[in-house]
Design a protein around this ligand. Structure first.
Ligand code: ADP
Ligand code: MG
Length: 576
């Protein structure tokens, strides 16, 4: 059987076993550092050649569930997708990552289709996207029988259900894949989660043996808490002594030195704490991991190198002394707590220096501009979680496309609501500005419009003449950054999926823009700290050396007064 991955095409080297590791594909090809909830399990299932039925909220990350196995398994993956536009977008995105992908649909002329078919037969393609009506044509089936196939992915699988509103008769034909290709694993994916649709999908696609992966992302037994960093060591000791004396836990730090120092600190205080990082010998690492798994009450102090594939059920707390790079990483790391379903704590201290450090690492990293832009957005979303005023669990889950109806009542923001200000009018202005400029611009530009900045780019776009120009002079640029970041964090705005940084409105905005909903924004306690630091003579040189691209400098600057919000008319932009 022919074996090919994008690495070989790029590097011209023989495939090594490591290259077929899903984690490595995730990092090296897609540039993500951690799997989202369930992705790892689903991918393992499909890589092993078994069928799967995946129900995951929109935005949850279903595509990777077949794209990663497509690169790990030999042969070409056939992806059935109902919308031509979707197909083209995905193929373009994959090509940009260096993955060999193509599509077959009705927009192509004979020559193009021929070339693609040829590429399939010669095994050049990692993925081939195909419209359902095309796939079930005898000519295509014949072709598929001659090719080496890694898997079938049936995206938007609810289209096969007559209960659903998206029923597509072409999808019904896909049942034949089970008979025609009994040895090729099939994965069906949908965001439509109700039981009836799920059963119908499994029946019509003959997914009799398939394991069902149903993800809501909520981990109700984990309590989420994020506190401003004052004296991290003392805070950590207080936390463990007060709540988790004798419990098993994980403490995450960013650097090896800090891991060592923290492990010593805990040991000095009578805890059994073991360090774990890439600088230790493989023997030491294995030994520490082994003790953590077998003994009671061990605290492992680790860099993010620790935890992949660790399945210890009774981890009672996960503490972060440094900010993770993204919500995916935060979710994954905190998710190692409480697998047994018993109450557990995800505790974190967070300070300005963390943001600076991560930002520096990001800027110094090898990635191209696109990669860095995406990373900055991820870091901003992580900051967003730190800054929220509403339920942290709701914010975390909504990032993964999962809605929690009621505030959880158990996270720190639910238990001790933070200080806030009435941001209703500011938010209406911000959202109107996004709308009036066509949902095509990033934060910096939007703030220029709001604050009525006089610059060339604005004049060229004609945006100095629109109604939202200059309506935001009452807040500083940094205040606006904080407003926008909280809007993203709370799901009112979303960053474009391509990672160009432009902000788009979500459905959730409506009531805000119609003046039907008020919103309170967080006064971040960290800001007070920052003011102190900025005045300090020992202020870090790092502060000056980093450009102000992302939201973190909002943390750095002193805020102007946020009073005088009364009396401004709401900016209503939606008309039904
Ligand atoms: P779905 O099909 O479930 O609606 P997508 O597959 O389109 O979701 O993914 C939604 C977004 O999440 C995409 O921008 C994707 O790049 C991102 N994403 C998916 N998995 C991960 C991950 N493990 N880490 C970071 N981002 C991810
Ligand atoms: Mg999708």
């Amino acid at each position: 059987m022919q074996y090919h991955t994008p690495f070989e095409q790029l590097s011209d080297q023989r495939p090594s076993p490591l290259r077929s590791d899903p984690e490595k594909v995730l990092r090296d090809v897609f540039g993500y550092e951690a799997f989202r909830p369930l992705q790892g399990d689903i991918i393992a299932e499909v890589v092993a050649g078994r069928d799967a039925l995946v129900l995951m909220p929109t935005g949850g990350g279903k595509s990777l569930c077949y794209q990663v196995p497509a690169l790990v398994r030999p042969g070409t993956a056939i992806v059935i997708s109902p919308l031509i536009a979707l197909m083209q977008d995905q193929v373009a995105a994959l090509e940009e990552l260096g993955v060999k992908a193509a599509f077959l649909n009705s927009t192509m002329d004979f020559e193009q289709a021929r070339a693609t078919e040829q590429a399939l037969l010669t095994g050049e393609l990692d993925l081939l996207y195909c419209a359902p009506e095309r796939l079930t044509q005898p000519r295509t089936l014949d072709l598929l029988h001659k090719a080496t196939l890694s898997l079938f992915a049936i995206d938007e699988a609810h289209c096969v259900s007559q209960w659903g509103h998206d029923f597509r008769s072409d999808y019904l034909q896909l049942g034949l894949l089970a008979e025609e290709f009994p040895d090729v694993p099939r994965i069906a994916l949908t965001a439509t989660a109700d039981e009836r649709t799920r059963t119908e999908i499994a029946e019509r696609l003959s997914l009799n043996e398939a394991r069902h992966f149903v993800s809501g992302f909520d981990r109700p037994n984990i309590q989420y808490r994020i506190t401003a960093k004052t004296n991290a060591n003392k805070q950590l000791l207080d936390f463990i002594k007060a709540e988790h004396e004798g419990d098993c836990g994980i403490v995450y730090c960013l650097s090896r030195n800090k891991v060592e120092a923290t492990a010593r600190l805990l040991t000095d205080q009578g805890f059994t704490a073991l360090p774990y990082h890439a600088g230790l010998s493989p023997e030491d690492r294995a030994h520490h991991q082994d003790r953590f798994l077998r003994e009671d009450g061990i605290i492992i102090v680790a860099t993010i190198a620790f935890g992949m594939g660790i399945d210890k059920p009774d981890v009672r707390f996960v503490a972060h002394l440094d900010l993770p790079k993204s919500l995916e990483a935060y979710y994954q790391e905190t998710g190692r707590a409480g697998r047994d379903g018993k109450p557990s704590t995800a505790w974190m201290v967070y300070g300005l220096q963390d943001v600076i450090k991560l930002r520096q690492m990001l800027e110094a990293s090898q990635g191209n501009d696109h990669f860095k832009r995406v990373e900055r957005q991820k870091l901003d979303a992580m900051l967003g979680l730190c800054e929220v005023t509403k339920c942290r669990r709701q914010v975390l889950l909504s990032y993964f496309g999962d809605q929690l109806e009621e505030p959880c009542g158990n996270c720190d923001t639910c238990l001790t609501p933070p200080e806030t200000w009435d941001g209703t009018v500011a938010v209406q202005k911000a959202l109107s500005c996004v709308y009036r400029t066509g949902q095509r611009y990033g934060v910096t530009y939007l703030i220029d419009v709001l604050r009525g900045s006089d610059n060339e780019r604005l004049r060229q776009s004609g945006h100095h003449a629109i109604s939202t120009f200059g309506i935001g002079t009452d807040l500083s640029a940094n205040d606006w950054k904080s407003v926008f970041r909280q809007l993203v964090a709370n799901g009112f705005l979303r960053a474009d999926p391509e990672g160009f940084g432009s902000l788009q409105l979500t459905e959730q905005c409506r009531p805000l823009l119609k003046g039907e909903q008020a919103i309170r924004l967080r006064k971040d306690p960290v800001l007070k700290k920052v003011r102190y630091r900025a005045a300090s003579s020992r202020r870090s040189a790092a502060l000056d050396s980093i450009s102000d691209q992302t939201g973190w400098e909002a943390l750095r600057a002193c805020r102007k007064s946020l009073a005088e919000q009364q009396g401004v008319p709401p900016y209503v932009i939606f008309h039904d």
